[in-house]
Design a protein around this ligand. Structure first.
Ligand SMILES: [Zn+2]
Length: 255
């Protein structure tokens, strides 16, 4: 089954083919009467741009209607490297911090960083934090799913569910959604290269939390209120665990 990217209704097909002619006909949603998935005609670059802009339709297309293969893993590794580089530069290159707007040697700093072992250690720390974030989200989703049995008669359904009252707990789908939601960290690239203010990091964090909230709601059917709570609690937990993960690597426990 596919999903209408406009209203979230389940649809049988994205398009049909006229016999003998090979002409394709894009299917329309039976509920909202709009095209089920306009993004099947779009180039992946345009889809990705809409994903960065947090367009709900683009997120539904990626998570529900597109066979992404290993794209989410490739994207995750790229984001981890950006995150690791940001950690490395904040610890080891104070003279070239992102606050230095007058810096003209950003490219030199990038090439210097690529030769440093500690950059890859920082990338590993980022990977560990992302793994913990996904684990905490999965744990909270599982617990809240069980609590719904108790909460359902006491709270209005609009506070608990999005498009359907059927909660889905698919660990693989949730992981995939969180890895795509992490794509906001790619915005670190322009921040690094063009020397943006560190205040922009807060916007990137907000982007990742908002993206996680929307993506989780799509794959689980929890309401935004529930998924926003899960995303914020998981992120705050990671902030509390950050000193521990950093000290673990800095004290050479693992290396
Ligand atoms: Zn629809």
């Amino acid at each position: 089954m596919f999903t209408c990217i406009e209203c979230g209704e389940q649809c049988k097909d994205l398009y049909s083919t006229f016999p003998n002619t090979g002409i394709l006909k894009i299917e329309h949603c039976t509920k909202c009467k709009q095209v089920v998935d306009k993004y099947i005609e779009f180039d992946i670059t345009l889809v990705f741009l809409d994903l960065i802009l947090l367009r709900l339709a683009a997120i539904r297309h990626i998570l529900c209607n597109r066979d992404t293969g290993n794209e989410h893993w490739k994207l995750a590794f790229l984001c981890l490297f950006c995150d690791g580089y940001m950690k490395w530069i904040s610890k080891n290159a104070p003279s070239a911090t992102i606050d230095d707007r007058n810096s003209t040697n950003s490219e030199d700093v990038v090439f210097h960083a690529a030769t440093q072992l500690q950059l890859y250690v920082m990338t590993t720390v980022s990977g560990l934090e992302l793994s913990l974030f996904i684990f905490i989200v999965l744990f909270l989703c599982y617990v809240i799913q069980k609590l719904l049995v108790i909460l359902m008669p006491k709270l209005p359904s609009v506070l608990l569910f999005s498009t359907s009252k059927q909660i889905v707990f698919n660990a693989k789908k949730i992981c995939q959604a969180l890895l795509f939601a992490n794509c906001g960290k790619l915005l670190l690239l322009p921040a690094i290269v063009w020397g943006q203010s560190s205040k922009h990091l807060y916007y990137i964090i907000a982007h990742v939390i908002c993206s996680s909230t929307v993506s989780l709601s799509i794959v689980t059917n929890f309401s935004y209120a529930v998924t926003a709570t899960i995303s914020v609690c998981s992120f705050v937990s990671i902030l509390y665990l950050q000193p521990w993960t950093n000290s673990m690597f800095e004290s050479n426990v693992l290396f």
